[in-house]
Ligand binder design. Structure first.
Ligand code: GTR
Length: 423
């Protein structure tokens, strides 16, 4: 008997060579929905909002307005030490219920430099494994929420493990930040939403939805990246109330999937004074229409058994192998940061994230930065490995793999010194 042939859609082999990138046309972020090229006033008064609406509709979904609920925000200091890091920093660990005690909480870890006088600029970014993994400090409290297998204790599945303390400290470079006068704030992204398809039920998406865990997500509604981005804004709410923080100089940063979240947070929340994308790739700084490395279809779960369908709003996956139909591209996301300083970084071996596509994302956002009176990227040439470029839009491709390193941070801090001025 002949078995019926079932054709399961398989993803095309990833493009890893520049010569295989198909021709594509990028929509101009400065041309309005009505087809009019806007000036700076037009960008500020209407076009910027249109760009955000387009990003919601096609990529990330709409973030609900929780401003009224935030009147019920509660925070408690769990631990405080003015002599952390051998006296160089003040560490504060807070538990935050950003919309009241009936919803989940997140734990925010903050270090501020000592002996600087006045208020310090701060970088805030979410971490992958728990606050205790981000720094090598025995006093840091591990998360109490779900963690993935990679970060869990074999004897206590889905629970954080002591053996991962400090495991990601090279990604945060706390000593370097403090020595250069910057604070660091971080929280575990799983406190906002555990990163798996059912994770939203235990995070803020269910808590903020009228239907709770019975929610049926409609097209255009937010997804995990939107939730993590919202969490970054809630972290900023807390920082803005801390006396040692200069809330006019808070930079948002994220790596990889959390780089996508940092860009989306920076796009929506103009209180972030600077936006940093570390190896954010597809759905982050990289242009989708190039289809180089990871594609819209692969990341959004279009192909059975692959990708992360819970990260994006449903419509995003409909552009799988149909990127030409996308009425925007990721340079619109980067443009939404303008005129605030923006830094995009890549790693040379991280072809999955498409380094050149990340550079081109910044390059094609650059006209918006310049229209708004900032010097922007200052070049249209993809730089050599290890050579940072840019003026108020920065970019580098460093040697090596998908990671955050001391070299990345040194570049971010140099850029912040030059561009993130007190307002
Ligand atoms: C990968 C994913 C990337 C990136 C990465 C990460 O599996 O394909 O888009 O987000 O995970 O977050 O480390």
């Amino acid at each position: 008997m002949l078995l019926p042939l079932i054709l399961l859609a398989a993803a095309p082999a990833p493009i890893q060579e520049e010569s295989k990138v198909p021709p594509y046309t990028l929509p101009d972020p400065l041309v309005s929905g009505a087809g009019v090229k806007v000036d700076a006033a037009g960008w500020r008064s209407g076009r910027r909002a249109e760009v955000l609406r387009a990003l919601e509709t096609h990529v990330y979904g709409r973030t609900p307005d929780t401003s009224a609920l935030r009147a019920s925000a509660v925070q408690e200091v769990r631990e405080h030490d003015a002599g952390a890091l051998g006296g160089k920093a003040t560490r504060t660990q807070l538990r935050v219920w950003p919309v009241g005690r009936k919803a989940p909480f997140f734990d925010l870890l903050v270090y501020l430099p000592n002996g600087r006088g006045g208020r310090s600029p701060v970088f805030i970014g979410p971490n992958f494994g728990g606050n205790h993994t981000a720094v090598d400090d025995p006093a840091v409290l591990p998360p109490e929420t779900w963690v993935s297998k990679q970060w869990s204790d074999p004897s206590r599945p889905a629970r954080a493990s002591e053996r991962h303390r400090g495991a990601q400290s090279s990604r945060w470079q706390l000593e370097m930040l403090i020595a250069r006068g910057y604070g660091l704030a971080t929280f575990y992204y799983g406190d906002i939403e555990p990163d798996h398809p059912e994770g939203w039920k235990d995070g803020f998406r269910a808590a903020l939805s009228p239907a709770g865990r019975d929610t049926v997500w409609k097209d255009g509604e937010w997804a995990a990246i939107g939730a993590w981005a919202w969490g970054l804004s809630r972290g900023l709410d807390v920082l803005a109330r801390m006396p040692g923080v200069d809330d006019s100089r808070v930079a948002v940063i994220g790596h990889s999937r959390l780089g996508k979240a940092a860009l989306w947070a920076g796009a929506q929340d103009e209180r972030f004074a600077m936006v940093v994308s570390n190896d954010s790739g597809c759905g982050g700084a990289a242009l989708s229409k190039r289809t180089f490395g990871e594609t819209v279809g692969v990341i959004s779960g279009f192909y059975p058994g692959r990708g992360f369908p819970h990260w994006f709003t449903r419509r995003f996956s409909t552009y799988s192998e149909n990127e030409a139909a996308l009425p925007l591209d990721q340079h619109w996301l980067l443009a939404a940061a303008a005129p605030r300083p923006l830094y995009v970084a890549s790693a040379a071996e991280d072809l999955w994230a498409d380094p050149r596509g990340e550079f081109l994302g910044a390059l094609h956002a650059d006209p918006v930065f310049r229209l708004l009176g900032t010097p922007g990227l200052g070049t249209d040439v993809f730089p050599e490995v290890g050579r940072p470029v840019g003026l108020s839009v920065g970019y580098h491709v460093r040697a090596g793999k998908h990671d955050v390193t001391a070299e990345d941070w040194a570049n971010y801090l140099d850029f912040a010194d030059r561009n993130m001025k007190a307002r």
